[in-house]
Every structure is written in C-alpha cells, then in structure tokens.
Write a protein that binds this ligand. Structure first.
Ligand code: AMP
Length: 284
C-alpha cells in the first residue's frame, strides 16, 4: 500500500495505473475511520482494480467555533484498517498541499445546498464541493463512493459531478448503524455514556416517521410533530432541523405523495448528530 502526501506523487502513481488500463475507485474521508467508512472501502476494493482512500480533515468545511481542532485524527489506526482491506493508495495531504498559500476558487452548488445542513452551516457545502472537486481532479477516479448517512452531501456531489461534467460515477452506500440503530459517525466519540444512550432517539424518530408514512400519513407536519415528541421524551437533545424533502433537490414537500427523504440534525452535548432515511407512501 502506497501512502502519498503530495499531489505530484499521486499523479505519478495514477498515470501508471491508467497506462495499465485499470479502473480506479476513490473513497474521500476525513479519517477517524469506523465501520461506516470501512463499508465504503470494502465496496471500492471489490468493485475497482485500484482502490484509493483520501484522508484529509478539510478546514474549509468547518465554520468558526466548530470542531476542526478536536475532530478525531487517528492516522495509524486508519492506515492499519486500509492495509487490512487491501487499499492500494492512501492520499493524506497537508492543508498547505491542498490549498497552497491562499485558495481563491470555490465550487458552489446552489439550491440543494441551501436547506437542511446548509441552513445552519452555510460554509459547509462550499468546502465539501471544493475539496471533492480537487480530489476528483487529482485522483481521477472512475467511481467514487459516498455514504447515504450524509444524504445531502451525496445529492450535492451528484449534482456537482453532473453539472461540471466530472468523468466519474458516484455510488451511494447504505448507512451503517450500531445494534441499537445509532448511525456510526466520527462525532459519536464526543458523546458521554448518558448522551450515547439518548442518541438512539434520532434513529427511533426516523423509524417512527417511516412507519407513519408507510401507514398512510401524508401530512409532513404531523410526521415531524411525532418525531419531535420522541426526541423530547427520550433525550435532552436540541433539534437543529427535522425536514421532509424531495429526493432530488431536497426541497420541503407540502404533501407526502411520493418517496421522500426524512432528515434531521440534533445537538447532544457538544456533538451535532445527523441522520436520515428514505420513506415511501403506502401504495393505494
Ligand atoms: P467523513 O469522513 O465523515 O467525511 O465520511 C466519509 C464518507 O463516509 C462519507 O461519504 C460519509 O457519508 C461516509 N460515512 C460516514 N458515516 C457512515 C455510516 N455510518 N455509514 C455509511 N457511510 C458513512
């Protein structure tokens, strides 16, 4: 397994891989790898000839006062996990390598970025899209893997790739959860034991929403009210948003009469947790 810290090194390796006609897969991450990430890595390994994992805690997607400094950095453990899965190349650049002295060019995806996480983290998707665009240009993957756990990020990146004609296929991977339903996240580490117990309310609220929609509830307000009740009853979490949106542009729906994305973000202690599910109305 090659570990590259510079763009030049990656380009040299990729040129050789391309020359031999191999397919290239890429999994962009911020490290702190857990089973959720590893499911993407394994799929990439299984589906592509040459598997690349990028590990970069991207400062431009963090806002002032967010957890850039405290974000888990566990390179040795990440390296060992990649090695075990059979990853071919880890690209782990410095901030300077990725952004130079000053970065003046940014990628914005309008509309899809503005709601949900974009409302409370207005800088976030600009940072994500810019770094993913850079990584696509450096690694030139045929296929890139993203988790459904970050459904809005997935939708935004799909749209960026389509609108800007990136020659890459975006594949989505299902959310990996703990046995009690909590979606795996690097930020779960910020929870103490009591908060960890409370955190299950996110997936419980989503499951209840799915049941309501499947049993014929079409009013988004009623579904959201039921979710809020579960979160209030089972946790001290502070809701950032709960929203029911269409699957493509992620705009709130007035009526649940087609498959929807139900997404939420909840602050629990110092952690801001996000989760989502898709739900389809009962067939008439
Ligand atoms: P991150 O390191 O948090 O930026 O995540 C890197 C990739 O892993 C993203 O595409 C995430 O959506 C994906 N990911 C994170 N957590 C999970 C999970 N629990 N299940 C599936 N994919 C995940």
């Amino acid at each position: 397994m090659i570990i590259a810290e510079t763009i030049a090194q990656v380009r040299e390796v990729i040129a050789g891989v391309r020359a031999s006609g191999k397919t290239i897969g890429c999994v962009p991450t911020m490290g702190g790898l857990h089973e959720g990430h590893l499911s993407l890595l394994r799929r990439c390994r299984a589906e592509c000839d040459f598997a690349v994992v990028t590990i970069f805690v991207n400062p431009t997607q963090f806002g002032p006062g967010e957890d850039l400094e405290s974000y888990p950095r566990t390179f040795e453990a990440d390296r060992a996990a990649c090695e075990e899965i059979g990853v071919d190349l880890i690209f782990a650049p410095s901030v300077k390598e990725m952004y130079g002295e000053e970065n003046l060019s940014w990628v914005n995806v309008e509309k899809i970025s503005s709601h949900l996480c974009g409302a409370s983290r207005p800088h976030f998707f600009r940072g994500v899209c810019t770094v993913v665009a850079k990584l696509f240009n450096i690694v030139t993957p045929d296929i890139a893997y993203f988790g459904q756990k970050d459904a809005q990020q997935l939708a935004v990146i799909r749209r960026m790739a389509a609108d800007l004609n990136f020659f890459v296929e975006i594949r989505s991977c299902p959310t990996v959860r703990e046995a009690d339903g909590l979606a795996l996240s690097s930020r779960n580490q910020y929870l103490d034991a009591d908060q960890r117990r409370q955190a299950v309310c996110l997936s419980r609220a989503l499951e209840r929403a799915r049941q309501l929609v499947a049993s014929g509830e079409t009013n988004p307000g009623a579904v959201i009210a039921a979710m809020k009740e579960i979160i209030a009853r089972e946790s001290q979490g502070r809701i950032d948003y709960i929203s029911i949106v269409d699957n493509e542009l992620l705009q709130p729906v007035a009526r649940i009469d087609r498959p929807v994305l139900i997404a939420l973000a909840v602050h629990l202690g110092t952690a801001r947790l996000i989760d989502n599910i898709t739900a389809a109305p009962a067939k008439k």
